[in-house]
Write a new protein. Sequence first.
Length: 109
Amino acid sequence: MEQARTLGLFVLTALAEIIGCYLPWLWLRQGRSAWLLLPAASSLALFVWLLSLHPTAAGRVYAAYGGVYVAVALLWLWAVDGVRPLSTDWIGIGLCLVGMLIIGTAPRT
């Protein structure tokens, strides 16, 4: 149950980070309103807060989170940008998630 909670928290954290970076990208690259910077800043603040909820060492959390971030980012690419991931993208996601599992489930002394 704890692992499912952690994974869900990582997914929410990734979405907060991606949204916080995507909104300024819309403003800078697509000429959208600068008002998008306000929800972007809020989303990035949420991202930082969500990362702080993990009970283990920050460096390990960041490393494990990276695997989930890669997976969520490529799913975002598909869902929001309309670009279907390639087979190599899926392989990369799998490798990242295996790395995350190794980091997240290794015995601690």
